[in-house]
Write a protein that binds this ligand. Sequence first.
Ligand code: FHN
Length: 430
Amino acid sequence: MGVIQPMPTPGNTEWFRADRFGLFIHFGLYAEAARHEWVKSREEISNEDYQKYFDHFDPDLYDPKAWAKAAKNAGMKYFVITTKHHEGFCLWDSAYTDYKVTNTPYGKDILGPMVEAFREEGLKVGFYHSLLDWHHPDYTVDACHPMRNNKEYIEKDKERDITRYADYLYNQTEELMTKFGKIDILWFDFSVAPGMGFEGKGKDIWQSERLLKMIRSYQPDIIINDRLQIDQDIKTPEQYQPREWLKVNGQPVVWEACQTLSGSWGYYRDEESWKSVEMLIKMLVDSVSKGGNMILNVGPTGRGEFDHRAMAALEGIGKWMHYNSRSIYGCTAAPEEFKCPEDCRFTYNPKTNRLYVHVFSWPFRHLHLDGFVGKVEYAQLLNDASEIKMEVGKDENAGTIDTAFGSNTLSLILPIKKPNEVPVIELFLK
Ligand code: FHN
């Protein structure tokens, strides 16, 4: 069957496009402020005033094995951890800075044990690395910088040398590519637009070509995202659902939607906009139905734990994935010949030739599939493998009314009660 193939890329995305579902983790000093990972910028906090979070960073309950198990049980196949976010704080014992976890009260490397624990659970390893750095002495002010309204700080930009920061970025990226074994994903973030009278920062400032050459010399298969301002392996729509398979210059590309459980990436104690498990499942299904992945974020607390709200979300998704992951792993958008009914999403496994109907709103008695007659050998509910009977063009009133569906409509006969959130019907195609 004709499934869409995305444009080839420098890295190896085959496993990525089969695995479909990953865990993003945003963990840093901002977890202690507990009011968004941009707290330093939003509240225009100086390095001096932000130091208290460094001086009190001690995630004593941090257990990467527990994190890895939670991700595995949720059905996640890869993870991406913030090695350093915009605040500049490093989760590993970097030789290039003192602003690192080994100098905090916690006093130990966080990154190495995490990589080991997730690898142990069979997940692929990804590093997020911030291009922005609000702590580095040579990082100049821009429209996102916490000191963007501080004339005295801005005045000192004259003494800052952004090429020294680019070398720091290069050296730390080299550490990340060489000290933790095989790295499967590198998630840079992000190139800054000009604003407020400040210049932007993009591929020339980051010296992106030099970075990419070095990275691929150490990790030739690695998947790199698009935020160095040079497209590489994946496009990264953020906090929205694309309406169709993402394209660049009219060609389908490999893409991954990055999403939060609430609106914040970093731990945000008082935020209430937490998505339901049903909504999160539908977002994952919707992404795969359009040939994409979903990476879902958890912001651990300052004690180093996934909080109860995050755990409830992961457990809820895991319950659904236990029964229905066959409609996610190894699946992609269905061939265009199959027309998807309203309030449903199709995914399709080209290897098994099975099409999955995800029913977003459960209809009364029938689900009508136009154009499917003669194409389906068998149908079942995926959660319990119970048969779903099929009829062709069934309409008890046939002959007395202009029937709503004709001889090319395959009608699935559904139970009155839906089996679970986002029920899935597995169609064995001929
Ligand atoms: O500014 C960051 C934000 O804090 C978060 O890390 C997201 C994750 O994709 N990326 C940037 C916003 O696009």
